[in-house]
Design a protein around this ligand. Structure first.
Ligand SMILES: Cc1cc2nc3c(=O)[nH]c(=O)nc-3n(C[C@H](O)[C@H](O)[C@H](O)COP(=O)(O)OP(=O)(O)OC[C@H]3O[C@@H](n4cnc5c(N)ncnc54)[C@H](O)[C@@H]3O)c2cc1C
Length: 334
């Protein structure tokens, strides 16, 4: 699909989603289209789905949907659920899931959504989770939000690595111009009191629309960068989590980097988002090659918490309009 067509489609999807969210019937249609991307509407449901996936040899990373907590109480609620989740996950002996955390869920944010309130700085909140999950032997990944959060997220991770926390992973987005430098300064040239192979880095193109002074604005360019970013990450010695559904990019990473350079299977895994069909059509091939495959399994604790995440997923879905039309034609929502 051409880049221009893709951009128009995303705009159109965005427009349709806004329309859907503006009426009660539309919201029902939105929920129905978004359901495949959600692992559950409670912690229990999410764990049931994780268990079902585990039987199919899929690993999981579990996320509590919610971002931009605007009150301290709301961010406390997410913190408490993360603690509960860590406790439950620590009971898994086999295929223990990891946990993904959004900065703006565990920190209460100001009106601009660009900074945390002074009562809930990211380093404190993430530090508490890192401490608790270390005791429980559970791995955490700090999801990456838009570029306003990059410095504070990477600074917090570095501070925790310097304090010796091995269980914390980060996400880097290939579309950002700064990423090559972050890899060099924060990973390659940096010294921590832990083995570099214990540092997990998820490599993705990044989902947020960013201005062109901070990022490339086409997916094609972001994917070119993704391939070289994965190569750079392997060169630093960290554990690499390759997060893309693009088969061409995946094949290039496998053929040009993993196979050609003989990267051992213990040094990486592939990650996909629950509900994205491109993942299900390639996972068996990856598993047959002995590669690990992990799915991002987000769940909601409050109705509507998942809307921003699901909006992004539906906007990125090339079949969204078709599925919406099909639903409407069947008059399920009229
Ligand atoms: C495990 C995981 C964790 C992630 N964490 C972060 C994060 O912390 N921060 C961040 O900014 N981004 C994150 N992302 C999102 C990522 O950056 C991309 O936005 C997303 O994966 C789509 O990019 P792509 O490389 O798959 O390429 P795309 O070109 O978007 O996708 C390739 C193909 O996959 C299919 N596809 C993609 N998305 C959908 C969809 N929603 N519905 C249906 N089909 C679809 C389409 O056929 C598309 O052509 C994460 C992705 C994964 C897999």
């Amino acid at each position: 699909m051409g880049e221009r067509f893709n951009q128009i489609l995303r705009k159109f999807n965005g427009f349709m989603i806004d329309m859907m969210l503006s009426s009660k019937r539309g919201r029902r249609l939105f929920s129905s289209l978004a359901e495949p991307y959600i692992a559950g509407h409670s912690l229990e449901q999410a764990l049931q789905n994780v268990d079902a996936d585990s039987k199919k040899s899929r690993l999981s990373t579990i996320d509590i949907l919610g971002e931009a907590a605007t009150t301290i109480e709301r961010s406390d609620e997410y913190m408490a659920t993360y603690i509960e989740l860590i406790n439950l996950v620590s009971g898994y002996n086999e295929n223990r899931p990891t946990i993904s955390v959004k900065p703006t869920a565990i920190c209460a944010v100001d009106k601009t959504h660009m900074h945390s309130l002074k009562e809930t700085p990211l380093i404190d909140r993430l530090g508490q989770l890192a401490e608790h999950s270390t005791k429980r032997d559970v791995n955490l990944t700090l999801d990456m939000e838009d570029h306003n959060w990059t410095d504070v997220s990477l600074d917090a991770a570095q501070e925790l690595w310097r304090s010796g926390y091995e269980n914390l992973g980060i996400v880097l987005q290939s579309r950002l111009h700064r990423t090559a430098n972050d890899i060099k300064e924060r990973l390659k040239d940096a010294h921590y009191d832990l083995d570099k192979s214990d540092i997990r880095v998820r490599a993705c193109i990044g989902i947020y629309d960013e201005p062109k002074d901070v990022a490339v604005t086409t997916k094609k360019a972001a994917k070119e960068r993704l391939v070289s970013m994965v190569d750079d990450l392997f060169n630093t010695g960290v554990y690499v989590e390759i997060a893309t559904h693009d088969h061409r990019a995946l094949n290039r990473i496998i053929d040009e980097i993993i196979i050609r350079k003989g990267i051992p299977k213990e040094r990486f895994e592939f990650q996909f988002l629950k509900g994205v069909h491109n993942a299900y059509s390639i996972e068996q091939r990856l598993m047959d090659s002995g590669y690990k495959v992990r799915y991002y399994m987000p769940f909601e604790i409050n109705d509507g918490d998942g809307i921003p995440y699901l909006q992004r997923r539906l906007t990125a879905n090339p079949g969204m309009v078709f599925s919406a039309m099909k639903n409407m034609m069947q008059r399920r929502f009229l």
